[in-house]
Design a protein around this ligand. Structure first.
Ligand SMILES: NC(=O)C1=CN([C@@H]2O[C@H](COP(=O)(O)OP(=O)(O)OC[C@H]3O[C@@H](n4cnc5c(N)ncnc54)[C@H](O)[C@@H]3O)[C@@H](O)[C@H]2O)[C@@H](O)CC1
Ligand SMILES: Nc1ncnc2c1ncn2[C@@H]1O[C@H](COP(=O)(O)OP(=O)(O)O)[C@@H](O)[C@H]1O
Ligand SMILES: [K+]
Length: 520
């Protein structure tokens, strides 16, 4: 599991650690670790042009700039050609003279330019044009989202083929990971981000993760080292606010049958999905559920759709009976007004019954409009909207128009609001999928496991079925949603293998994905 801590907690942990250490020690550890990563990337050489490697370090006025400036000094000592552009007066480390790091970089042979000076600004642009690797030390966890014009001019001058390595986080990104900057161009888009001991929400949440690139964690000694006393993190009592399941977590969470299992104890999934208009969604929902290994599937829906489901999955039972969790809504066409047909009415009735039951229910797509049926529901409930569906759901809940773009600009806040208002767990789909519990104190899960090729019709239907099997096996909605998203992503990766994928292939890869994850 990867765990991220809120910025205020990170500062408290760092303060605790600093109290036991010589002045400036944490920044020295951070900058040395950072310089080592730079040296390793230069050695990788894939992104290097011919000739001697040129590193340009952008250093802002805070401690993020201090880290970058000290790293520049270490690099210059390692015979790397380093140019530094400062904006404002960079800090030089806890309690140090503000000029020490700058002087150290100069003395080690780095070219240091004052980016606030107009003439030097032009030199800085020329220096950047030749860079193989750019270290972004403009803003760290003290940064407000967005970049000022002076910083932006420098960032705009970074060549496309330079490796952009952000210190702690890409400057301009919201450290809390809550929102996109107003102007998307006003942030650094990093190839890699080097952070120090603790992962922060910016690194895992959907509004900011895409700008982070590859995440590398350098240990500066904030966590328990196993030597007995407990590290600053443990002593602070800080709890993570965001979590990400990794492949190694699957074995501990996945419901694996044993000698005492039978089809009922493993879990029967009831699927109420599809319509005469969208029959395929029923097939995909059922195949997603089957891939995850349920005890049994009951499919309820129009007889033509049942027939289609049976063509693909003869083991599906279509008679009513015992169920341990429901999956409702994929491919619904519930109709409205006078145009409601008998099939649509019957589907609506089945969905109402599922929501009125005391069984876990996964509510997808068309069934999300039955939101008024959620009030008073105590049983586990997992809503699985994409951004557009969440905007519609919130419009209904708030009684005012919520735009899809508003959801995309601040995904976590919107998912949290929907979870609070409905009392359900909300899984918001996207390239990073969020799973938000209605209880604010529970860490949010943020999964990013799928290739972008999976953004194709039907992928969500498979996900719903897959998560439904996990609910029927007894997993809580947060575990079912995040584990389901992980496995869905791995299956998509296998089906894609770097190219376009068909949804039936994705569904067929769910079982093999589980097998490979369980045998790690
Ligand atoms: N505190 C510690 O013990 C450690 C801190 N470290 C580094 O210190 C960083 C945090 O340093 P700071 O707290 O100084 O914060 P920053 O380095 O993020 O800088 C904040 C400064 O930038 C200004 N600013 C904020 N947003 C701006 C914007 N959008 N445009 C222009 N100026 C803006 C602020 O007014 C403030 O002066 C971390 O990210 C990390 O890189 C590391 O050295 C590890 C140890
Ligand atoms: N750019 C992307 N990268 C990775 N995964 C994505 C991306 N866009 C969407 N997804 C995933 O694809 C699936 C799409 O589901 P959904 O929007 O419900 O589609 P549909 O309703 O057609 O099945 C979700 O699992 C979502 O998380
Ligand atoms: K930075």
């Amino acid at each position: 599991m990867i765990e991220a801590y809120a910025v205020a907690d990170v500062r408290a942990v760092e303060d605790l650690a600093r109290a036991d250490l010589p002045e400036g020690e944490l920044m020295q550890r951070a900058s040395r670790g950072l310089a080592e990563v730079v040296l390793a990337r230069l050695a990788d050489a894939g992104h290097r042009r011919t000739g001697e490697p040129r590193v340009v370090v952008l250093a802002g006025r805070g401690d993020n700039g201090g880290d970058a400036l000290w790293a520049a000094a270490h690099l210059a000592h390692s015979e790397v050609a380093v140019g530094v552009v400062t904006l404002g007066r960079p800090a030089a480390g806890d309690g140090d003279d503000a000029d020490t790091a700058r002087a150290a970089a100069l003395e080690a042979g780095a070219v240091v330019l004052d980016g606030d000076d107009r003439a030097a600004g032009e030199q800085a642009t020329a220096l950047l044009a030749e860079a193989d690797l750019v270290v972004d030390g403009l803003l760290g966890i003290g940064g407000r989202p967005g970049l000022r014009d002076d910083a932006r001019r420098l960032v705009d001058a970074v060549p496309d083929d330079a490796w952009v390595l952000a210190v702690d986080l890409p400057s301009g990104a919201d450290p809390a990971g809550e929102s996109l900057p107003d102007d998307l161009a006003a942030q650094v888009i990093a190839d890699e981000t080097v952070t120090f001991s603790l992962v922060k929400p910016v690194h895992l949440l959907p509004a900011t993760e895409a700008a982070v690139g590859r995440l590398t964690v350098v240990d500066i000694g904030l966590e328990d080292d196993g030597a007995g006393e407990g590290g600053a993190l443990q002593r602070s009592g800080a709890r993570p606010v965001v979590e990400r399941l990794t492949y190694d977590d699957v074995r501990g969470l996945w419901p694996v049958p044993d000698a005492h299992s039978d089809k009922y104890s493993r879990g029967v999934v009831g699927v109420v999905a599809g319509s005469v208009q969208y029959p395929g969604a029923a097939v995909l929902s059922v195949l997603g559920a089957l891939g995850a290994g349920p005890g049994m599937i009951r499919y309820l829906g129009p007889s033509d759709v049942q027939w289609l489901v049976h063509q693909r999955a003869p083991e599906v039972v279509t008679a009513a009976g015992r169920v341990q969790a429901w999956v409702i809504g994929s491919g619904f066409d519930l109709g409205s007004g006078e145009s409601v047909g008998a099939d649509a009415l019957a589907q609506r009735e089945r969905a109402h019954e599922a929501l009125a039951s005391d069984l876990p229910v996964l509510v997808d797509a068309g069934a999300l409009e039955l939101v008024d049926r959620l009030s008073g529901r105590d049983a586990p409930t997992l809503l699985t909207p994409h951004a557009g569906e969440l905007a519609r759901l919130l419009s209904t809940l708030r009684g005012e128009d919520v735009d899809r773009r508003a959801v995309e600009a601040a995904p976590l806040a919107h998912a949290r609001d929907a979870a609070r208002r409905t009392g359900a767990t909300v899984l918001l789909k996207g390239s990073t999928t969020l799973v938000v519990d209605p209880d604010d104190g529970v860490p949010v899960r943020a999964q990013r496991d799928a290739p972008a090729w999976v953004a194709t019709a039907g992928a969500g239907d498979v996900l719903g079925g897959l998560c439904g099997t996990l609910l029927a096996a007894g997993l809580a909605p947060r575990d079912a949603g995040s584990l389901g998203a992980l496995v869905h992503g791995v299956a998509a990766d296998r089906a894609s293998a770097g190219g376009p994928l068909r949804i039936l292939d994705l569904a067929a890869e769910v079982g093999p994905a589980v097998r490979s994850l369980l045998s790690r």
